[in-house]
Design a protein around this ligand. Structure first.
Ligand SMILES: Cc1cc2nc3c(=O)[nH]c(=O)nc-3n(C[C@H](O)[C@H](O)[C@H](O)COP(=O)(O)OP(=O)(O)OC[C@H]3O[C@@H](n4cnc5c(N)ncnc54)[C@H](O)[C@@H]3O)c2cc1C
Length: 449
């Protein structure tokens, strides 16, 4: 009989780990548990659904219980793992009908993900103060928009990429939208100020009311939330969406596994925890951030899938190491595209890294291409270390879809490429696509002058 693997959590990280064990170790028995009914929900599509840009949430799934079972897994949904005995190597579970049991493992994969941070502020439990994470949250929001005329003003608390996307979605759905953040600008952890301010202006031009540098203190209302009170003002509202970040779900690990400063499970590049028989993947675990050359916490579906893959392959007997990550991400709000990877100048400083930047704004294609079609400007910033000139970050913004450019910077950070190498790298030219001398080379060249 093959090894017995238990996977806790059947979303992106858990599914990825499961399929890779089953692909590579035909004798393995894999039992996947999830407390939820749904699996593989792409939360990234939530804003598109709420904002009516897609008509249904049905396409936001890429796997199912049936598919995992067909691949050879045993799947128990609506079944919560309530405890782990790491000495005896058993887990205990409880089904939604209250049935309890336990099961043993040879290898355990923790893929328990993350939950929205919901601060214990007065009024936080009032009806119409909601979260945005699971399929049920999206479903509730969409039903509300269809059938509940009482929701006219929506307040989004937190102007990171999820809060900003949801602010756009509710505006598209015809609501008055208020966006509040404690920082003095939106998208503060992903983009430097001169990028995030362009986006904030775009959002304001669409009627979104943005309040920055304001700390939410409480929610008021009798039967439901009626207003949000910050340290600077009171705003009437009919619905609040909390988007201030995510906390790793690691209660099952506490007291046994080593944890990172935010409570995430510390893992090495094989996704191994401090217990040799236990792996952790996805949002519940740490990751190695190449841009700071240190362990970090970056909750992204991309990292979840990749880390699940690595754990799965290692459990199946391959010796595979993570390449580390750069936290590359993108967003498109009111058609303005923004992509980023690694550090901004500001986040580098917060990590104690002295960084330099080079900036350039240029059209995507030569001027003569204006006769052929749209030729928008692209704004680029490359961030590199002052000491050794290694590239540690990049940001781009345009109406044009230049998003694929960020992959090159992601790889450059991973491979510790210097700004000088970027300046002289071979970037092709063809008028339909770009300029004779690309803005990537041009921006980087400034560091040589
Ligand atoms: C609105 C929104 C938009 C996003 N957009 C993007 C995007 O565009 N790009 C991107 O890369 N990322 C995006 N993300 C982030 C991405 O969704 C997460 O990083 C990803 O879901 C992490 O996957 P995971 O499998 O690690 O964890 P989760 O998705 O959190 O899944 C964990 C699973 O574990 C289960 N579980 C937890 N505890 C137990 C237990 N004790 N017993 C049984 N089951 C348990 C849960 O029910 C859950 O199904 C977005 C997130 C949100 C909320």
């Amino acid at each position: 009989m093959g090894q017995k693997v238990i996977v806790i959590g059947a979303n992106h990280a858990g599914i990825s780990a499961t399929t890779h064990v089953l692909d590579l170790d035909k004798d393995a028995q894999v039992h996947v548990f999830d407390a939820d009914k749904y699996m593989s929900f792409l939360a990234c599509g939530m804003a598109l659904w709420i904002g009516n840009q897609i008509s249904t949430g049905d396409g936001l799934f890429y796997s199912s219980r049936e598919q995992l079972e067909a691949a050879g897994a045993k799947v128990s949904t609506e079944t919560e793992i309530t405890g782990i005995d790491y000495e005896k190597k058993t887990v205990t579970y409880k089904t939604k009908d209250g049935e309890e049991g336990s099961e043993s493992y040879d290898k355990l994969v923790l893929a328990t993900g993350s939950s929205p941070i919901i601060p214990r502020l007065p009024g936080i439990d009032l009806p119409y103060v909601q979260r945005a994470k699971q399929y049920e949250d999206a479903q509730k929001a969409v039903e509300q928009l269809k059938h509940d005329d009482s929701v006219k003003t929506v307040t989004v608390v937190g102007a990171g990429y999820i809060g900003a996307e949801l602010a756009e979605a509710y505006q598209r759905a015809g609501k008055k939208v208020i966006l509040i953040d404690a920082l003095d600008r939106i998208l503060g952890t992903h983009f430097d100020r001169d990028f995030s301010e362009v986006m904030a202006d775009r959002m304001r031009s669409k009627g979104i009311e943005i309040h920055l540098g304001e700390l939410v203190q409480r929610f008021e209302g009798e039967d439901r939330v009626r207003s949000v009170v910050t340290n600077k003002g009171t705003y009437d509202t009919d619905l609040v969406i909390m988007c201030i970040g995510f906390r790793p779900n690691t209660s099952l690990a506490r007291g046994h596994l080593q944890l990172f400063r935010n409570g995430a499970i510390l893992v090495d590049k094989h996704q191994r925890t401090s217990d040799p028989d236990v792996y952790a993947v996805g949002d519940c675990a740490t990751t190695f951030d190449n841009s700071i050359q240190a362990t970090s916490y970056i909750a992204l579906a991309t990292n979840a899938v990749r880390s699940g893959m690595i754990a799965g392959m290692n459990i199946a007997g391959r010796d595979i190491e993570s390449c580390g990550v750069e936290g590359s991400s993108g967003l498109c709000l009111f058609d303005l595209k923004m992509v980023c990877t690694g550090q901004t100048v500001e986040t580098a400083a917060q990590s104690g890294i002295q960084a330099e930047q080079v900036d350039l704004t240029d059209t995507q294609k030569p001027a003569f291409m204006n006769e052929v079609g749209e030729n928008p400007e692209v704004k680029i910033r490359i961030v590199y270390r002052r000491d050794n000139h290694e590239v540690i970050g990049a940001q781009l913004m345009s109406e044009y879809d230049m998003s694929a450019t960020i992959h090159m910077f992601s790889l450059a950070i991973q491979e510790r490429v210097t700004i000088e190498r970027i300046a002289l790298s071979d970037i092709f030219f063809m008028p339909h696509f770009n300029q004779p001398h690309s803005y990537i080379n041009e921006a980087a060249l400034q560091a040589l002058h």
